[in-house]
Ligand binder design. Sequence first.
Ligand SMILES: NC(=O)NC1=NC(=O)NC1=O
Length: 172
Amino acid sequence: MLISEVNALGFEEFIKIFGNVVEMCPLVAAAVWSNLPFQDLESLQNSIETFVDQLPLAGKAGILRCHPDLAGRLAAADQLTDESKLEQKAAGLDDLTPSEKFQMDSLNTRYKDKFGFPFVICARENKKDAILKGLAQRLNNDKDQEIHTGVAEVKKICWLRLTSIVSTKSSL
Ligand SMILES: NC(=O)NC1=NC(=O)NC1=O
């Protein structure tokens, strides 16, 4: 899809295509739709990042809460969104050894108990070992730090999802 085609989308079409670039948060796409037309894909990404950055901490934490656990209950029940399923598979999270699964589950539970939202990382940029390491390390951070780190990862996930929808070569 070209950016010129993005700019021609009505609201419903735009949401259908971009509603999940931030996992389970169509509000983000609904908010940035009003900034159409976009010069290029980077401008659309910037518009999304600006909207997210301007949210209060509670809003940012809410975005993190909309993310499924990595190799968690939804993955096991095959109820992940298409995007999340692809991303978790790319990181090798669909073939964990029993001990890796146990480690992931216990770390995810500890992380959620401590912060009140799930551990979020860009799975397409990390393989399962790096994810387990990152989860164990980030458990030691404080809540504000993890909200900001998690949101930074959401932005990376969003960018990769955008580039799979809109060709980056195109600009107005
Ligand atoms: N908790 C998560 O980090 N979830 C995810 N990361 C991704 O890259 N895709 C997800 O669904």
